[in-house]
Design a protein around this ligand. Structure first.
Ligand SMILES: [Zn+2]
Length: 296
């Protein structure tokens, strides 16, 4: 435990000491971050946003597009840093970590609508009156943006009682409304992306006591209960037919299950989540490895 905390301290201190982001810098889709020669994922170097090296052949790539993918990875690190700082604050009571998480999260909440709406196809939009399905602001897709905010809110939830009034007020009155306006029209079918978006809407809704968001996530047309009822097979497997999507979906809905439990909000299909977790054990091989057909 002690060594884990020491490691977290190193990571948080190192990220925060140079933390710098800007809404004018746009992000791009992670699937561009591969070597053209051999298909390896390029190495993310937190200290250099302009050079991206292939770990296999050593080729160093540089392009504005790759720098924008670097920004996506960097922002994920920012969200994880908030989560880590919350854990550190809870375990050490060192105010430095509270300041770190408030400072990074306030930056993203305060500048949220200054980030330009865009999707992974790199189409840009001026405002919410006209935008394509898939758009995010901080991230290249609403899917990534939902994951980004679920991580941030999981951290904030840990220290909620001690968060500054101003931050809570901003989340409640401005940020949650803006996020909901972006995400809710994109929940349009039974699909892993709809599950993640519903989860983010539900998590943020419960945190900020936003009735509209809570109702949408649990009772809207493509609500989370319907997703689990229609998207999970009899034997507890997500219908998109890949082990990856099964666990990816399960991860998303588990955060909402956790928040529903904390806020004592009913979650009709909670048992489906439990069934999916048990099913995973049953289809693992005897050496504990999972089969990996299709996008595994
Ligand atoms: Zn390579």
């Amino acid at each position: 435990m002690k060594s884990m905390l020491n490691q977290l301290e190193k990571e948080v201190d190192s990220f925060y000491s140079t933390f710098k982001d800007d809404p004018s810098k746009t992000s791009a889709w992670g699937h561009h971050y591969f070597c053209k020669e051999d298909g390896s994922v390029l190495t993310y170097n937190p200290e250099n946003e302009n050079e991206h090296q292939c770990p296999l052949c050593g080729e160093v790539y540089s392009s504005p597009l790759l720098t924008r993918v670097w920004r996506t990875i960097y922002r994920n690190e920012a969200a994880l840093t908030i989560l880590k700082a919350a854990v550190l604050y809870k375990s050490t009571n060192d105010k430095k970590y509270m300041d770190t998480l408030v400072s990074i999260s306030s930056f993203y909440f305060n500048s949220y609508t200054k980030f330009k709406l865009h999707n992974k196809e790199d189409e840009f939009y001026d405002d919410l009156s006209d935008f394509a399905w898939g758009c995010g602001r901080i991230m290249p897709q609403c899917l990534n943006e939902s994951i980004f905010f679920i991580r941030i809110f999981t951290g904030l939830e840990l220290v909620k009682e001690e968060l500054p009034e101003e931050l809570l007020k901003n989340i409640k009155e401005e940020f949650s409304e803006e996020f909901f306006a972006l995400a809710n029209p994109q929940v349009n079918k039974v699909h892993n992306i709809s599950c993640w978006l519903n989860s983010a809407i539900g998590v943020i809704g419960l945190f900020s006591e936003n009735k509209k968001m809570i109702e949408f996530a649990f009772d809207g047309t493509y609500n989370i209960n319907r997703q689990l009822r229609e998207g999970v097979t009899e034997d507890g497997f997500w219908y998109e037919g890949s082990i990856h999507y099964n666990f990816f979906t399960l991860e998303g809905v588990s955060y909402l299950a956790l928040f529903a439990q904390r806020y004592e909000h009913s979650f009709e299909e909670m048992d489906v989540i439990k069934k999916m977790l048990v099913a995973a054990y049953n289809y693992a091989f005897s050496n504990q490895e999972l089969p990996n057909p299709n996008d595994g």
